[in-house]
Design a protein around this ligand. Sequence first.
Ligand SMILES: [Zn+2]
Length: 363
Amino acid sequence: MNKGSASLRLISGVGKKGPACFLIEAGGKRLLLDLGEGPPPGLMPDVADLGRVDALILSHGHKDHVGGLELLNGLGNPPVYATEIVARGLPESIAAQELPVGGQTDVLGIAVTTGRNGHAPGGIWLHFAIGGGFLYTGDYSTESKLYAYDPPSMTAASALIDCSYGDYRTPLTQCWDKLAAFVERGPLLLPAPPNGRGPEIALEFMRHGVSEIFVDDATQKALWRLGDIDHISLRDGVATEIERLAQTVKPIDGARGVMIAGSADGASGATKKLLAAWEHQSEPAILFTGYVNPTTPAERLTKNGRAQTMRWNVHPRLSDTVALVQSVKARTVIPAFCDRAQLPALAAALTPARVTMDGPVEI
Ligand SMILES: [Zn+2]
């Protein structure tokens, strides 16, 4: 697979939580991987000195991976590559080139293999036939009961891997017990992304017999799409269950039952209004299940004690990271989306691979 030298620049997203943005240079081509915004909101990758790039490749549609598209002007307006589902969520001005949800394709003469990332509708990991093989996972999860994950079957001497949870080890199966305790106490609002954890948690409620599930418009639409045009991102056999779920949920109408709504941080969408209305009342309970985005309502309500937090796994545990590195036989691992303080623990777990958070990296 050695097709000349290739290198990886870590523009943003390694060493601390921040927008995803990486550059690979191989075979005379410059490919940007993701172009996110935040966390925290408004933080953009510093691409001022990057110059022209030949293509932007998107792993999935979450804001911290696609929110920086306004920066494309300064990068020579390169073509944007994304899966059909992710492309649908992009601004209308972007005419995306299609990437497969799973399979092989070609980006500017470079062979690229993709697979489903178990994390979001249309979300993929990408393998590039450059250097000794290079894997970029974007965000991924092996544990989702809703979204399908296709383990990469090829080798990659270098791997840029989602390590959002660092050396965290608790399996998703234990998350339900914790969540069930909240549900028993009374009305509960769960701010969650409609194109991610929201439908996943709704499915879990239905499977556990929770009869009153209320959702906002965005989550309702996401459920309809998952049962229909987005079913390619689902695990086998889940589509009919999702169709039933889409028919069962009701619109949020006052503080009752379990309520799932976007956005996850309360900065936009239905939760912006709901959190403002309920912040100074005792009900419903408010539970954040993802990363608490600084400077957002999620952070404010968590800090003032009105809301509580628990993690609902949508990223890999340490055991997933170790298994992935072993299966692709990576010799160099770049852990992404976690703090530099996680480096020693990850390096110890992934030995003998070289683990680094400093670029540029020869791949
Ligand atoms: Zn994501």
